[in-house]
Write a protein that binds this ligand. Structure first.
Ligand code: SAM
Ligand code: SF4
Ligand code: F3S
Length: 460
């Protein structure tokens, strides 16, 4: 890695500057799992250079915010957080503050930081992640401010060290970027074109994780079904799933996200036939109206979407689906919204991630003159959430009396004596069990249901 020389330089510099105990870094990732995964790589690089870590901002010698740009609210929050760091910098001028991730990849954000957030030392975009040692060296050694959001061909950079948030659950990116350009979405502009990791590097990473006791591996990509595009070896995502399913060991595979235009019956067959793959599919539909789907540039119709649902349910009647939906896309009519509700009623999702449309400058949809007031969108959202709560309650009640396989992940929210985990269907389960079970797959007899989780008792 060309950064090796900078890693050594930063290491030496830090040893001179902090001779008695290692400097501390605070890294916070906002946004999706892809960003969380990038945050783990950043921590890996920092650790190789000699940093320790702290959750307390006031103890940190380096603060990095790894940001999300998908909605305006995400950006506003980060600007608020950046503002709050100013007194810390005034108290400790040696403190280094950096911002990276999707928000940092946008020109207007860099301009705003240059002009109004002068206490920030480095801004680096998503293509610059692996150049962090070089960037940090410029800041530490030359006391320069760095603003670098160049788009370079980074391929699928492999990182020397990854510090994972959990020992039992891990994210493994299989592809980066997005070529879909949904008209509302900023991701293709800030994450670049699609590129897939080689099969061998994915297999190696999964094997290593499993050998180290990891129990659940989530494969990541903005559209995992595009996996394989541009690789020399001919391989599709369902084929990748089947290969990973052959890896020996006691572990579960999940993945997200799938784009309905590329999700076919082969994907459903692979989920059902691979015993290690969770029996669940996250398949964002965004809208139930064909007119809006076309305006969104989603490249499928409601009917195409339901064909996948029907196929899965014909093979496994209780097949579990979750989804993303946007309410209030520019000029969405009451009729369009009704179609969204109808689709939700038909599919009966176990989980819905719901978003009110947020205008993102630079995207196609931002150019549409939107005549729908925000209050109307908020009222629609309320109605949709009520419907989804009813559906989840009804579906979750059907699990009462059944025994589910659950990965015990941590202590539960219900208090003393309870653990929490996810079932094969990816539903949260809170259950009575001893702490020693954390990190194991256990059988849980379901005794009750909320609209957000199932409740049960471990079976021996
Ligand atoms: N690639 C994934 C897909 O297409 O399914 C989605 C990734 S995106 C980071 C996560 C979700 O954010 C999207 O599915 C969409 O529902 C939502 N989203 C994206 N842009 C949005 C916007 N401008 N306003 C509201 N929600 C948005
Ligand atoms: Fe955004 Fe669409 Fe790409 Fe998902 S598929 S990241 S919604 S452009
Ligand atoms: Fe993810 Fe947000 Fe970027 S959702 S890809 S971190 S814009």
């Amino acid at each position: 890695m060309t950064q090796d020389v900078f890693i050594e330089k930063v290491k030496k510099l830090l040893q001179e500057k902090y001779p008695f105990s290692p400097p501390l870094a605070h890294v916070h990732s906002f946004g999706c799992q892809q960003n969380v995964s990038d945050g783990e790589k950043i921590m890996g690089l920092l650790s190789v250079m000699g940093y320790g870590f702290t959750d307390e901002l006031s103890r940190a010698d380096l603060i990095i915010y790894n940001t999300c740009a998908v909605r305006e609210s995400a950006e506003t929050r980060v600007f608020g957080n950046l503002g709050e760091l100013k007194p810390l910098k005034e108290k400790n001028p040696e403190l280094v503050i950096g911002i990276c991730g999707c928000m940092a990849q946008q020109e207007h954000v860099v301009e705003k930081i240059k002009n109004s957030y002068k206490h920030i030392d480095m801004v680096f975009g998503t293509f610059m992640l692996s150049s962090l040692p070089e960037i940090l060296y410029s800041v530490l050694a030359k006391h320069e401010k760095v603003y670098n959001i160049e788009e370079k061909d980074v391929g699928t950079n492999e990182f020397p060290n990854i510090i994972r948030n959990s020992k039992i659950k891990a994210f493994v990116p299989v592809m980066y970027g997005c070529d879909n350009f949904c008209s509302y979405c900023i991701v293709p502009y800030v994450r670049g074109r699609e590129r897939s990791r080689s099969v061998s590097s994915i297999i190696n990473e999964v094997e290593e994780l499993v050998q180290n006791g990891c129990k659940e591996i989530t494969l990541l990509g903005q559209n995992v079904n595009s996996y394989g595009k541009g690789l020399n070896e001919k391989i599709t995502f369902p084929e990748l799933l089947r290969k990973l399913n052959e890896i020996k060991g006691d572990f579960k595979l999940r993945f997200m996200s799938s784009h309905p235009k590329d999700a076919g019956f082969e994907l459903i067959d692979a989920i059902l036939e691979c015993e290690k793959v969770g029996k669940h599919l996250h398949l964002p539909f965004q809208s139930g109206s064909n007119r809006i789907l076309s305006e969104m540039n989603r490249k499928y119709t409601k009917e195409d979407y339901l064909k996948i649902i029907d196929y899965a349910r014909s093979k496994k009647p209780d097949f579990s689906f979750s989804s993303d939906v946007i309410v209030g896309f520019p000029n969405e009519t009451d009729e369009d919204f009704e179609e969204t509700l109808n689709l939700i009623k038909y599919v009966e999702f176990d989980n819905l991630y719901t978003f009110i449309y947020s205008k993102r400058s630079g995207t196609k949809a931002a150019e549409i003159k939107d005549l729908i007031p925000y209050e109307a969108k908020a009222a629609r959202m309320k109605k949709l959430l009520e419907l989804q709560r009813e559906i989840a309650s009804k579906r979750y009640k059907t699990f009462i009396g059944r025994t589910l396989f659950v990965l015990a992940e941590a202590e539960g929210k219900k208090g003393e004596g309870y653990l929490t985990g996810h079932s094969d269907e990816n539903i949260i389960v809170e259950f009575k069990a001893e702490k020693e079970n954390i990190g194991k797959f256990v059988k849980v007899k379901i005794t009750g249901a909320y609209n957000w989780a199932l409740v049960g008792q471990i079976e021996n």
